[in-house]
Ligand binder design. Structure first.
Ligand code: WT7
Length: 656
């Protein structure tokens, strides 16, 4: 496990303390009942079928699971509609006046949207999409800020059976173009701009430059968000339409399509080990079944009284599953926030929790560590006694952050659930169950009922106790159905490393009590603030710069963001190794991919350490970046290179 990207297990065992569910915590019968876990053990398909029955189906399935490794089909023969499950059935059950979304914009404007209102908007926008020629099966790209029009657009896509591809609003025009091209999307839904720390992100301008080199998009719908503050938004006659104008002209009612359980619900692009992002495919019936189930079980959801806040961006899978589909399928009331935690001040989050009476909070360890750094005075001056359950996702949470979260945010009365999952798994896979599981800070504890997870060694043998590779041993309803347009890469990436097993790409350890500890990626994928970035993607961006000859990128441990991007760069002859040049390269990557991919540090070096076969030794570079002992360097073609880099790295960092 020397190649694990994250921290060594020793770092996690500073102090082993057990945290049983807080006294007085109200167990939700559905999860606390041991019969549920027992059912999942004895008859896993029957267990999942029970969970699927919590949804409304137009036609029931005839077969729960068809498994032809690595291709799974769940609830075969069943038909349903996702927007119907998220909206119509709640309204029909008399819950139309329940708040679906308490939306809060960054500048402080708010909107309260009930289930009836959300349904009305979704039906209208479904008709807008149809009017623009979108038919069942057509792909729709969505590039938006965190405004209510974003879930409306997604749900409308599901209503008409058009798979969406949401592209995070922080991505660059190039990244947007690649994703539109790969999916051959027909319509793009965007906004004039979005707010971030008081300034405007020019989404429409980015979209226009992406569209300059794509052919598939026929129409663009533009929601108004920043208006005049973002300058004049140029609209292309015949192609571009203002959201409010097309909505005003649309019919009010749109019946939901009856979709097959296995129909493609959406694509979401994620970084792999190559420079080309992968289009993860999610299905309709299995996906909705598992996100709804896990959202109820893991957060102990009482939809009639909880106020749930997942502080992620819908542009990532966390937002798809736990801002949009899980909570709405369960008829929950959610908070949706557009901005950053420090705008206009560092009280913003705690103020939101206090004002809306948030009971369940779900966020990433990077946020928690940032709050720790800012100091306790911010949360302390707010009444957060409404909180009941706290969740963590996206990266390993260190025990100090876990205990701080428990103590200073949860006041010692909220279970903390550390949830492990991936874009590919679609839904939470490993997590404590509140009211049931005794936690160890830093451990995601156990696989959920219905999930088979095991740690294996290099040879694929199960490791009962100790470290190894995290694998999943059987199919699960919300598993990815493939990579868009590339079934072979799907098999190769996930199902070939260990026979008969899904390989997650993470290192993990099972401790003496059987608890799972996630140790970070073991492949060339970095995790910065819970966001996944491929080393290859950043490298390929760097070598695209005219001055760069070669580049190697690693993720080095960072106290706040989990990992930070460090780029080792060899310049072409005659180029200057100056701080300004380093800055220029950092900016280049940010423009090319998005600011989340901006390297923290660029280190110039005359050569990169390579094996005799020419492979760049990233492990070594990571050791250099993290200031570790280099260990065995005998496989290096030229061992002197490392000493050279080490000398440079201490003298020439270009940091913020
Ligand atoms: C990778 C997946 C899951 C939604 C957000 C990220 C890491 C995720 C945890 C956790 C330790 C975690 C893994 C995983 N990860 N959750 N609770 N503890 N690591 O989704 O972008 O697909 O990234 O995030 O390394 O493989 P993603």
């Amino acid at each position: 496990m020397s190649d694990a990207g994250g921290a060594a297990i020793e770092d996690y065992y500073l102090e082993e303390r057990l945290f049983p569910p807080p006294e007085g915590f109200v167990d939700q019968a559905v999860v606390a009942d041991p019969a549920i876990a027992e059912h999942a053990q004895r008859d896993v398909e029957g267990f999942w079928a029970d969970q699927a029955r919590a949804l409304d189906w137009f036609d029931e399935w005839h077969t729960v699971l068809e498994w032809d490794l690595p291709f799974a089909k769940w609830f075969v023969g069943g038909t349903l509609n996702v927007s119907y499950n998220c909206l119509d059935r709640h309204v029909a059950a008399g819950l139309g006046d329940r708040v679906a979304i308490h939306w809060e914009g960054e500048p402080g404007d708010t909107r309260t949207i009930t289930y009836s209102e959300l349904l009305a908007d979704v039906e209208r926008f479904s008709n807008v999409l149809k009017g623009l020629g979108v038919r069942r099966g057509d792909r729709v790209a969505i590039y938006m800020p965190m405004i209510p029009e974003l879930p409306v657009a997604m749900l409308a896509c599901t209503r008409v059976g058009a798979p969406h591809s949401v592209v995070f609003g922080g991505f660059s025009p190039d990244a947007l173009r690649d994703r539109i091209d790969d999916a051959q999307a027909k319509v793009l839904v965007t906004a004039d701009g979005g707010w971030r720390r008081g300034s405007v992100v020019a989404l429409k301008e980015n979209a226009d430059s992406a569209l300059a080199d794509t052919a598939s998009i026929e129409h663009v719908v533009v929601a108004r968000r920043t208006g005049e503050s973002g300058g004049v938004t140029p609209m292309t006659e015949g192609r571009d339409h203002w959201w409010d104008e097309v909505m005003a002209g649309a019919e009010a009612s749109c019946p939901p399509e009856h979709m097959d359980a296995e129909d493609l619900l959406y694509l979401l692009y994620t970084s792999g080990t190559t420079a080309k992002p992968k289009g993860i495919m999610h299905s309709t019936g299995g996906y909705l079944t598992q996100v709804a189930y896990t959202h109820r079980a893991v957060f102990d959801l009482h939809a009639d009284r909880d106020v749930y806040w997942c502080a992620a961006d819908i542009g990532w899978v966390t937002g798809h599953s736990y801002i949009v589909y899980g909570p709405l399928a369960n008829g929950a009331t959610s908070v949706m926030y557009e901005g950053t935690p420090d705008f206009p001040d560092k009280d913003r989050w705690w103020d939101i929790i206090e004002r809306y009476g948030v009971t369940i909070l779900y966020c990433a360890p990077t946020a928690i560590r940032t709050f720790m750094k800012w100091g306790n005075e911010f949360p302390e001056r707010h009444d957060m006694s409404s909180l009941r359950v706290l969740g963590s996702v996206g990266e390993p949470i260190n025990p100090e952050a876990w205990v701080w979260y428990w103590t200073h945010i949860g006041g010692g009365h909220c279970p903390v659930v550390d949830t492990w999952w991936q874009t590919e798994t679609g839904a939470i896979m490993i997590s404590p169950l509140p009211g049931v599981t005794t936690c160890k800070p830093g451990s995601a504890t156990f696989p959920l009922p219905g999930i088979g997870a095991e740690v294996v060694d290099d040879a694929g043998e199960k490791v009962e106790r100790g470290g190894g590779y995290l694998t999943l041993t059987r199919p699960w309803p919300s598993m990815l159905r493939g990579l868009y347009g590339d079934p072979e890469r799907y098999r190769q990436t996930y199902w070939s490393r260990f026979e008969g097993r899904y390989f997650a790409g993470d290192g993990a350890k099972v401790d003496d009590d059987g608890y799972f500890w996630l140790l970070g990626r073991v492949d060339d994928v970095m995790n910065v603030s819970g966001h996944r970035i491929s080393t290859a993607e950043v490298e390929s961006s760097l070598v695209n710069h005219p001055s760069v000859a070669e580049a190697a990128v690693v993720g080095a441990k960072d106290d706040t963001t989990g990992q930070a991007i460090i780029a080792f760069v060899t310049l072409k002859a005659g180029q200057d190794e100056t701080t300004e040049h380093g800055e220029d390269l950092r900016g280049h990557v940010a423009r090319h991919i998005g600011s989340i991919a901006r390297p923290r540090t660029v280190i110039f070096t005359d050569e990169l350490p390579k094996t005799r076969s020419g492979k760049i030794m990233r492990r070594l570079l990571r050791d250099v970046a993290e200031g570790r002992d280099l260990g065995d360097t005998t496989t290096l073609a030229d061992p002197r290179v490392v000493e050279e880099i080490r000398r440079l790295s201490t003298t020439r960092p270009t940091e913020d």
